[in-house]
Design a binder for this molecule. Structure first.
Ligand code: ZN
Length: 246
């Protein structure tokens, strides 16, 4: 999970949410509760948030990745609009821009109707996940501190250590290790030579190897949170950064 920036509320939502909400509220009154609205009718009443003018900026804000697990659309087959506070419990938040998150089908399904109003989970648009999570080997773990409990809950509710995600992180590991090894090699060569020209050449190689490592940490990169954690704790990577900035 990485920190996400919520874009401005789409005009379509601003212009229509009151009317959409009024129709939904009327149906709730008619049928007694949100869950008692017949499925077809409910689908029609709430599907407005799936409008392209709403999903485009929302999905764009996470660069097409799931806000929770950071998988991309192709891996999970589709991206869905997730309601942080479930619409079945908080129907008044069905069209609330701040309540919408891009999620993969797996996380959306796992989260289900978990009541975040009572037991909050980490919302990456609000809380910086760097303050809440760390990774131990390929497992995501809650970080000691203010967000410990919420992070632990998020891990469980969204199944952030499911076999699917453990497997995905494991598959990325060789790339990260190879990046680190390439840097280590270059640093050794840098330290071994006395020639200034040679040092400058090797420094350029280190810069290139660092760029490769940094690609895995970009906002658009899958599992960027995991890769950032890897390099943050990698002595070689940090040494290389120091070396090129000197
Ligand atoms: Zn997900």
């Amino acid at each position: 999970m990485i920190k996400l920036q919520r874009p401005p509320e789409p005009q379509k939502l601003i212009d229509n949410k009151a009317a959409w909400q009024a129709s939904l509220d009327a149906a709730i009154l008619r049928h007694g509760s949100y869950t008692q609205i017949p499925k077809d009718e409910r689908g029609k009443l709430i599907s407005h948030y799936k409008d392209k003018e709403i999903t485009e900026p929302l999905f764009g804000s996470s660069q097409g990745k799931c806000a929770y697990c950071e998988c991309n659309v192709t891996e999970s087959s589709y991206l869905e609009v997730e309601h942080y506070k479930p619409k079945s419990i908080y129907p008044e938040k069905a069209f609330d821009w701040e309540n919408l998150l891009p999620s993969c089908g797996h996380c959306n399904k796992a989260k289900g109707t978990h009541d975040t109003g009572i037991a909050p989970i980490i919302n990456p648009y609000v809380t910086n996940p760097d303050d809440a999570f760390l990774y131990k080997r390929i497992q995501i773990k809650p970080k000691e501190g203010a967000y410990f409990e919420a992070a632990e809950r998020t891990k469980d509710v969204c199944r952030l250590n499911s076999p699917r995600l453990i497997d995905a992180r494991a598959k990325i590991m060789p790339k990260l290790e190879l990046s680190s090894m390439a840097l280590e090699d270059a640093i050794k060569k840098y330290n071994a030579t006395a020639s200034d020209t040679e040092k400058q050449n090797i420094k350029r190689n280190i810069q290139e190897a660092l760029s490769t490592a940094d690609l895995t940490q970009e906002d658009s990169a899958v599992y960027a949170g995991f890769c950032r954690n890897f390099f943050k704790n990698d002595d070689i990577y940090n040494k290389a950064k120091e070396l090129v900035s000197a």
